[in-house]
Design a protein around this ligand. Structure first.
Ligand code: GUE
Length: 281
């Protein structure tokens, strides 16, 4: 049976330090506030939103949801962001991605104030990740994956890490963070030939496909460390990761569960960024 890399212990550490910070902020008359922009009703977005709001309550952060039609124009979305940028009562801004296809993501990313950009969408913040500087706002999901590996002392220096995802939310920034840890990184995606060949020869495999239980034990060997970033719902509405946990966990060295793994930490990191923003504004 594999070593189960749970998010819980790391979440606890992050939450304890957040509670102290919120107390200090409250004493200064500040309630840390996150504005969430959701376009349409994508189930991934709704799942994240629900978990954010639940965790906001527990920590003492105010979460405000701006739900807009998915057909909103780029101009109207820009106006909303600009309003939030100048609102002194808003410290962090999160926009669920991927954005609807008709929206110009480049312009939107540049519109978010870098000081409120809690999920690292603005290229000014992303540039720091490319330089290996992790002090500001790193994208929350890849940061959660790295923090779990650090917490459980998964050796990353010199390790071959295969990432199955090339998005700006997960794969690309994660590859830069792991380079900063001296890993050798391979990014795989839907057009990769012989995916199993890559994953089988890797030390660590990070999956973010969004296909419940798609990845089976044939992808791994006995030494594999499996970091499952996927969060989706199976045909019974039950939360599941990309990896067929029951099948894979009997073979590999270590694996993160879903729920209770990377996703649980992603939300806490997002909230810690709201507090960081509130402290520095
Ligand atoms: N700009 C942007 N950044 C994102 O990080 C992002 C996004 N857009 N769009 C949607 C996806 C989806 N996603 C989820 C994260 C946590 C849960 C979740 O359910 N978390 C639970 C626990 C899950 C678990 O235990 O594994 C919790 O925190 O309590 C769901 C979905 C983030 N995403």
């Amino acid at each position: 049976m594999a070593n189960i890399l749970k998010g819980k212990e790391v979440v606890k550490k992050v939450k304890e330090s957040m509670k102290r910070d919120v107390k200090d902020l409250n004493n200064r008359g500040i309630t840390p506030t996150l504005a969430i922009i959701r376009l349409g009703e994508n189930p991934d977005d709704i799942a994240y939103e629900r978990s954010i709001l639940k965790n906001c309550d527990g920590v003492g952060i105010e979460g405000e949801v701006y739900e807009k039609d998915e057909n909103i124009s780029t101009e109207d979305l820009i106006s909303l962001i600009e309003e939030l940028n100048t609102d002194n009562n808003v410290h962090g801004i999160l926009i669920f991605r991927p954005l609807p296809k008709h929206i110009d993501e480049d312009i939107i990313a540049k519109t978010i104030s870098p000081l409120k950009d809690v999920d690292c969408m603005n290229p000014l913040n992303l540039e720091k990740i490319f330089e290996g500087n992790m002090e500001g706002f790193a994208p929350c999901t890849p940061k959660a994956a790295v923090m779990i590996m650090d917490h459980y002392n998964i050796p990353l220096e010199g390790a071959h890490v295969v990432i199955i995802n090339r998005s700006m939310v997960v794969g690309r920034p994660l590859s830069m963070m792991l380079l900063g840890k001296n890993s050798t990184v391979t990014i795989c995606h839907s057009k990769t030939k012989d995916l199993k060949g890559f994953t089988n020869s890797a030390d660590v495999v990070v999956t973010a496909l969004g296909r419940p239980k798609y990845v089976t034990d044939e992808y791994f060997n006995e030494k594999s460390v499996v970091i499952d970033v996927g969060i989706s719902f199976d045909e019974n509405g039950k939360m599941a990761g990309d990896v067929d946990f029951d099948n894979v966990s009997s073979k590999v060295e270590a694996i993160t569960p879903v729920p209770g793994g990377v996703g649980s930490l992603t939300t806490s990191i997002l909230l810690s960024h709201v507090i960081l923003a509130a402290k520095s504004l």
